[in-house]
Ligand binder design. Structure first.
Ligand SMILES: Nc1ncnc2c1ncn2[C@@H]1O[C@H](COP(=O)(O)OP(=O)(O)OP(=O)(O)O)[C@@H](O)[C@H]1O
Length: 234
């Protein structure tokens, strides 16, 4: 990747805010995210993490400020946004009559991935899903479903990965592999934005951390500095 492309912010949120009716769920906030960098959002339930992630992935429009992706106003209607932004949501949405492998095939067809079969095999193996490739979603554990969500983001092209509490439902071993995966994504030049409740995950992968409370930024900086400020680390 050209040095210039790395230097420019892929995602730029300028004074972005979100109200629901009269209630301001997200106060004006600035955020820039570059290729190969990770920002982690941290905060209690209802602090505004998912609201911010929806805006940062183009799935919602801010009621104030502007969200730009590659210099353009972000919208999920923009084919470039859909082609370059992979989202791992916090709810599991599956087709009950498609197998694990068929879900991944569907994603690769939608994103016109060439020679997808080998790549799907690799992602299934990495996410410990090979033995469940022919299983229907109803036969998977909650952790395996979460792994399928991750796998669906990994079989498609992406420059920005947005993840909402991806550690949910994963066992400790899978959480370690999640941290390794996100580190590898960064090394591959992907910009990563994640909401997490797990301080260890943020420490392992994030370059920058934003702590939210009631929709406001209460701390921002390196994970070490933010976690110290929050009293979570000495
Ligand atoms: N569609 C909506 N309509 C009204 N209020 C909403 C809506 N979506 C979110 N909110 C409110 O916005 C605030 C922030 O919610 P958000 O889902 O962003 O929190 P969160 O930090 O992701 O929480 P969690 O850790 O529980 O996922 C909450 O008070 C929530 O009730």
């Amino acid at each position: 990747m050209a040095a210039k492309a790395r230097a420019e912010a892929l995602l730029r949120l300028r004074k972005v805010s979100r109200s629901y009716g009269k209630r301001l769920a997200l106060h004006p906030l600035d955020l820039e995210l570059r290729a190969g960098r990770c920002t982690a959002l941290f905060g209690h339930n209802g602090s505004g993490k998912s609201t911010l992630l929806r805006i940062a992935s183009g799935r919602d429009v801010p009621t104030g400020g502007q969200a730009l992706f590659a210099g353009r106003v972000m919208s999920e209607d923009d084919p470039e946004v859909r082609a370059r932004v992979a989202v791992v949501g916090d709810t599991v949405a599956c087709y009950p009559d498609l197998t694990v492998r068929e879900h991944l095939e569907l994603v690769t067809v939608a994103h016109a991935v060439d020679d997808a079969a080998g790549w799907i095999d690799q992602v299934l193996a990495d996410r410990r899903l090979s033995d469940h490739a022919r299983a229907l979603p109803g036969a998977l554990s909650s952790g395996q479903l979460q792994s399928l969500l991750l796998a669906a983001a990994l079989v498609r092209p992406r420059d920005l990965m947005v993840l909402d509490e991806p550690e949910q439902r994963l066992d400790p071993d899978a959480r370690v592999r999640l941290a390794e995966l996100l580190t590898a994504e960064k090394e591959g030049g992907v910009a990563v934005l994640l909401a997490t409740h797990q301080a260890e995950l943020a420490e392992a992968v994030a370059d920058h951390m934003i702590a939210l409370e009631d929709g406001r930024v209460i701390a921002e900086g390196t994970p070490a500095a933010v976690l110290r400020q929050l009293g979570i680390r000495a």
